[in-house]
Design a protein around this ligand. Structure first.
Ligand SMILES: Nc1ncnc2c1ncn2[C@@H]1O[C@H](COP(=O)(O)OP(=O)(O)O)[C@@H](O)[C@H]1O
Ligand SMILES: [Mg+2]
Length: 271
């Protein structure tokens, strides 16, 4: 019986910039980051801040304008998607409607050079991992949204990629299901020790599933830290506002004494 394993690798960006076509403003502006192997790291930020572009550059679906990308310490900057050991799970699932669940999961294994028997066994192991062992003969149209998403996850997992990418994977699911599927993704990630880069604009989702969160704003990284660090010590007003149910006050620091300070907040004096 085949078993799905992890070939988890780290991801590193060195001063990566992406400028699309003739646009003047970069979609991603000189960002550097390091994602440890075996961790789930979220790219969190408002629409248009550059999350999808960052993810697609990891996959090799977009090429950098400048800078370097390393996966598992190897420079992959110029490698096309097909030569990178990365799988992506799309928001729309992107399942083949005319293929059964099993055929969808097997797709890709053939290209990766697995024999017929190995392909069958791996697909079975993948479907078991996502709890769909009894659904192999169905068509995608005979599944719920959450089940379709799990097929997409299985299809990515059986390739045992160095990095697994998710771009807003829960957007098409209703609120209750969203919570369950995100917990399932986190569980499989931890069980197999996968490197996952997970894009979302939902701070609650990011806080719930991540080892680390990279907050993006306007094509740059606003802060990079654990959920707790971001929540308790936001680096700036943008992060405070985006992460928490923050109450922000304008105040004036009138003097600093050692570790403390005297602050005027309206007519109040705080020490
Ligand atoms: N293929 C493209 N061609 C030109 N501009 C693009 C393309 N894809 C994204 N952009 C622009 O790049 C910026 C970042 O987009 P994107 O990475 O999709 O952000 P996010 O995923 O955070 O919403 C946006 O201003 C967007 O309009
Ligand atoms: Mg996006």
């Amino acid at each position: 019986m085949a078993e799905i394993r992890s070939n988890a690798a780290s991801v590193e960006f060195r001063n990566v910039t992406k400028i699309y076509g003739r646009s003047k403003a970069p979609a991603v502006n000189d960002i550097s980051l390091f994602i440890e192997a075996g961790k789930l790291v979220t790219l969190l930020g408002p629409s248009g801040c550059g999350k999808t572009t960052t993810l697609r550059m990891i996959a090799g679906l977009e090429m950098v304008t400048s800078g370097q990308i390393l996966i598992g310490g190897a420079d992959v900057t110029r490698l096309p998607a097909t030569d990178r050991d990365v799988s992506m799970v799309f928001q729309s699932y992107a399942l083949f409607p005319h293929m059964t669940v099993t055929q969808n999961v097997e797709y890709g294994l053939g290209f990766s050079g697995f024999g017929k028997k190995e392909t069958t066994e791996r697909a079975r192991a993948g479907l078991e991992l996502v709890g769909l062992s009894n659904f192999g003969d169905r068509l995608p149209s005979q599944l719920s949204g959450g089940q379709q998403q799990r097929v997409a996850v299985a299809r990515a997992l059986v390739l045992e990629p160095q990095v697994l990418l998710f771009d807003e994977p829960l957007s098409n699911l209703d609120a209750k299901l969203r919570r369950r599927v995100r917990e399932e993704i986190r569980e499989i990630q931890q069980k197999l020790g996968l490197t996952v880069v997970y894009v979302t604009h939902d701070q609650e989702e990011a806080l719930a599933v991540s080892d680390r969160i990279i907050v993006m704003n306007n094509a740059v990284i606003a802060q990079d830290g654990t959920p707790r660090e971001l929540y308790e010590q936001p680096a700036n007003a943008f992060v405070a506002d985006f992460i928490g149910e923050a109450n922000m006050f304008q105040c004036e620091v009138v003097s600093v004494e050692g570790d403390g300070a005297t602050v005027h907040l309206g007519s109040a004096v705080l020490k």
